[in-house]
Design a protein around this ligand. Structure first.
Ligand code: G
Ligand code: G
Ligand code: MN
Ligand code: NA
Length: 250
């Protein structure tokens, strides 16, 4: 791929950055943690979204190196935050196919001196589509380290309900497409209510993504949703702004 060389160069020359988006606990309005979101500051083309380059990195195998960088950087940054604040890192399904994921996670935690329970790994349902036995095994090994596992983009993949039985997730993050319009869309609201019940029954934290309006927040609170994340409560921000954000909102 035409981008491959540039991606390799980006990793070597430090062109990647992490932005951090806050996640709030609804019960007490406290900051639960931040999700790390990668950005590519391209020397000519400016900021490039991960939606553009992560698929290329997955195809070319560069995701291993990029993923390792993300883990180290996120853990180092989070180690400077108050201990009550967690860090969530997105794992690409392709990272599961590569040897060394477990090692990368262990090394990142050790180097940063971050307590494992403060690291949450976000995976998508597609991790269960291929090599599911091996991948579930790996998830258990990660869990044994003490890190938390969240199912990301819940509801957008295939037969998501069965995966909830395959692995004891700590959290489900419902995709933002189900949050949009819950003020008026009775079908999306019904899905939100069902997921809240599911979370309670499985003893899994529920997080709503893409919360953009005060009415949505209010609705989610009413439905006993656990957490919210979205432009309403905080946009992704550079690391340099996180500590101020915590001291103002925490
Ligand atoms: O903010 P946003 O445009 O950053 O993210 C777009 C997509 O890229 C989301 O699906 C998000 O999960 C994914 N993404 C963001 N950061 C990372 C990362 O560090 N690793 C992986 N694998 N995906 C990421
Ligand atoms: O797939 P994942 O959940 O990791 O993706 C996170 C993506 O959602 C990022 O691209 C992030 O910038 C974006 N995002 C975060 N909050 C909101 C929001 O309130 N509205 C919209 N439209 N996107 C959001
Ligand atoms: Mn995510
Ligand atoms: Na998501």
């Amino acid at each position: 791929h035409i981008m491959t060389l540039e991606l390799r160069q980006a990793l070597n020359e430090g062109q990647f950055e992490l932005y951090y988006q806050p996640i709030f606990t609804l019960a007490d309005d406290s900051i639960s943690g931040f999700e790390a979101l990668i950005r590519w500051r391209h020397p000519q083309r400016g900021m490039i979204s991960p939606a553009e380059f992560i698929p290329v990195a997955e195809e070319t195998g560069l995701i291993a190196g990029i993923g390792q960088w993300v883990l180290r950087e996120a853990c180092m940054t989070a180690a400077r935050w108050p201990k009550s604040v967690k860090i969530s890192v997105n794992l690409s399904p392709a990272q599961f196919g590569q040897a060394g994921l477990l090692d990368s996670v262990m090394t990142a935690l050790e180097e940063a001196g971050l307590e494992p329970h403060r690291l949450e790994l976000e995976i998508t349902e597609s991790v269960f589509l291929s090599n599911s036995r091996q991948n579930i095994q790996l998830l258990y090994s990660l869990r044994e380290l003490g890190v938390r596992i969240a199912m990301d983009d819940f509801g957008t993949g295939y037969s998501s309900l069965s995966y909830l039985r395959s692995f004891p997730f700590d959290k489900i993050k419902i995709d933002r497409s189900f949050v949009s319009g819950i003020e008026v869309d009775t079908r999306n609201l019904a899905i939100i209510q069902a997921v809240a019940v599911l979370g309670a029954g499985f003893n899994i934290i529920t997080t709503a993504e893409g919360v953009e309006t005060a009415q949505q927040l209010h609705r989610l609170k009413n439905e006993q949703f656990g957490e919210v994340q979205g432009f309403l409560t905080g946009r992704p921000m550079p690391a340099s702004e996180v500590e101020t954000f915590i001291s103002e909102k925490g």
